[in-house]
Design a protein around this ligand. Structure first.
Ligand SMILES: O=P(O)(O)O[C@H]1O[C@H](CO)[C@@H](O)[C@H]1O
Ligand SMILES: O=c1cc[nH]c(=O)[nH]1
Length: 236
């Protein structure tokens, strides 16, 4: 056990899907995994382990923001032997080339957070996805016919950001979407030698003031869960 996870040794699978919302973790366990059982519930940050096509898969919420996902990802890597963490979240788009309901795969993650400078001698460490996970996800998206984009994401400490000018710079530099955890997850993965990928559906358009309806959110979430499970089913 750790201060934040009350699972027993061996309770987690090597591969873990990580939405921000713990109730989304429950939804995935209830609807997509076979024989799913609750393995941790400290602070209601629910985590489950079940099977997908006979392969053991875990799913656990990360909470919101880099500090929260960093705690869980670190403990899963160092205390529970988790090797692959795939964040499945939501993001806001800044580019007009990106549409609501598109999927964004974070090949890299930029950030305004100081955590990665803190861990890397105050220098800029490039936060990148694991190439194999990214390739499997892109292959699964092709197979599923999903509209997806691969590139640089921005992990912001602020959900409510009053500096609209920042979006101009982000668009100029090719940022695909804004969310709040990917750069933290990639930093933990680099530090502790695990594989990570962050994948988001576009639920909001920050320039166009558009937001998905509840029904559209559910639909895109289901598509992304299927895509992710298809991708990890090909892990060697
Ligand atoms: O949908 P999730 O995975 O929670 O991701 C996004 O949604 C939350 C903000 O509403 C932040 O956690 C952000 O990264
Ligand atoms: O962080 C996030 C997540 C979804 N939508 C946003 O606009 N921001």
């Amino acid at each position: 056990m750790t201060p934040h996870i009350n699972a027993a040794a061996g309770d987690f699978a090597e591969t873990l899907l990580m939405p921000g919302d713990p109730l989304r973790a429950k939804y995935i366990a209830d609807n997509f995994l076979d024989n799913a059982r609750l393995v941790t519930d400290v602070r209601n940050m629910l985590g489950y382990t079940g099977e997908y096509q006979g392969r053991a898969i875990s799913v656990m919420g990360s909470g919101m923001g880099i500090p929260s996902i960093s705690i869980y990802a670190k403990e899963l890597a160092t205390e529970y032997g988790v090797k692959n963490i795939i964040r499945i979240g939501s993001c806001g788009a800044v580019s007009n080339k990106i549409k609501l309901m598109d999927v964004v795969m974070a090949m890299g993650a930029s950030t305004d957070s100081a955590v990665n400078r803190s861990r890397f001698a105050n220098t800029d460490f490039a936060m990148i996805a694991d190439f194999n996970l990214l390739r499997l996800a892109a292959d699964a998206a092709d197979k599923q016919g999903a509209n997806y984009h691969v590139g640089n994401l921005y992990s912001s400490d602020l959900f409510y950001c009053s500096d609209e000018m920042r979006y101009d710079d982000m668009e100029k530099y090719g940022i695909l979407g804004v969310e709040m955890e990917a750069a933290g997850l990639y930093g933990v993965a680099a530090e502790y030698g695990i594989n990570a990928l962050a994948m988001m559906t576009v639920t909001d358009h920050l320039r166009q003031g558009l937001h998905l309806s509840a029904e559209e959110r559910q639909h895109t979430l289901n598509e992304m869960i299927k895509l992710t499970l298809e991708a990890v089913s090909h892990l060697k």
